[in-house]
Design a protein around this ligand. Structure first.
Ligand SMILES: [Zn+2]
Length: 209
C-alpha cells in the first residue's frame, strides 16, 4: 500500500530562513561580491548590515579620504550622528556591491540597516544595491573621483554617489576645489531608505561641517 506522502521534516535545513541566501565570490564589479545561492523572492529581507556603531567624528578620525585612490570604506550612515563601520564586527553584507541597476535596496528600520530584494533574483545573480553615497559640502572633482562606479550597467551614472538633485538649474561657478587632504570634509557614507514614516532619518546631513 502506498504510503501517504507526508512531509518529513528530515531534510537538511540548508534553506532555513536564517541562512544567508548568497555566497561570496570574486565579482566583475569589485573585489568579492554576493551571489544568490537560491532563488530570492521580491521583497525578501536578505541580511542585516552589521558592524561597529560609531559617531561621525570617529569615522572621520578613522578614515582619510584624501589618502585613498579609490573610496573603499564600509561606512553606512544610520542617522546624523551614527554610522556603522562594517570593517569592524561586520558581516558578509559589506561585500554586497554597488550597482546603478540594483536588484536590492537598503532600508533603515529602528536604527538598523537591512538589505531587501527589489525583485525576484535567480540563482547565480550578483546581489547589488545603489549605495547612493551622500555628496558632502564642498565636494570637488578630486573627491568625486574617489567614488567612480564601474558597475557596467547600461544606465551606469559613473559614480556611486547619489544622483545630483535637480534643484541646481544654472551651473554655478565651479570653484576649483583645491582642497587639501585632511580638510574637514565629513565622511560620506551609504544611505538607506526608510521603509515607512520617519523620513527624517534619511535627511542628508550635508550642511554640517
Ligand atoms: Zn554604475
Amino acid at each position: 500500500m502506498p504510503a501517504p506522502s507526508k512531509k518529513t521534516p528530515s531534510r537538511k535545513s540548508s534553506a532555513s530562513p536564517t541562512s544567508q541566501p548568497f555566497a561570496l565570490r570574486p565579482s566583475s564589479i569589485q573585489g568579492q561580491g554576493a551571489f544568490a545561492t537560491r532563488p530570492i523572492k521580491k521583497g525578501e529581507r536578505i541580511i542585516e548590515y552589521l558592524g561597529e556603531r560609531i559617531t561621525q567624528d570617529e569615522a572621520d578620525e578613522r578614515y582619510d579620504d584624501g589618502a585613498m585612490s579609490r573610496h573603499h570604506t564600509f561606512l553606512f550612515s544610520v542617522d546624523e550622528d551614527t554610522v556603522i563601520d562594517a570593517a569592524r564586527e561586520g558581516n558578509d553584507a559589506r561585500f554586497i556591491n554597488h550597482s546603478c541597476a540594483p536588484n536590492c535596496q537598503a532600508f533603515l528600520e529602528d536604527d538598523r540597516i537591512f538589505i531587501y530584494s527589489l525583485r525576484d533574483i535567480a540563482v547565480g545573480e550578483e546581489l547589488v544595491y545603489d549605495y547612493g553615497y551622500e555628496r558632502t559640502e564642498g565636494m570637488g572633482p578630486e573627491e568625486e573621483a574617489l567614488y567612480v562606479c564601474r558597475c557596467g550597467a547600461p544606465g551606469c551614472r559613473g559614480t556611486i554617489l547619489a544622483p545630483v538633485k535637480k534643484e541646481k538649474a544654472a551651473p554655478a561657478k565651479k570653484a576649483k576645489a583645491s582642497k587639501k587632504k585632511g580638510s574637514s570634509t565629513k565622511k560620506s557614507s551609504k544611505k538607506a531608505s526608510t521603509r515607512s514614516g520617519s523620513a527624517t532619518k534619511s535627511r542628508s546631513r550635508a550642511a554640517r561641517g
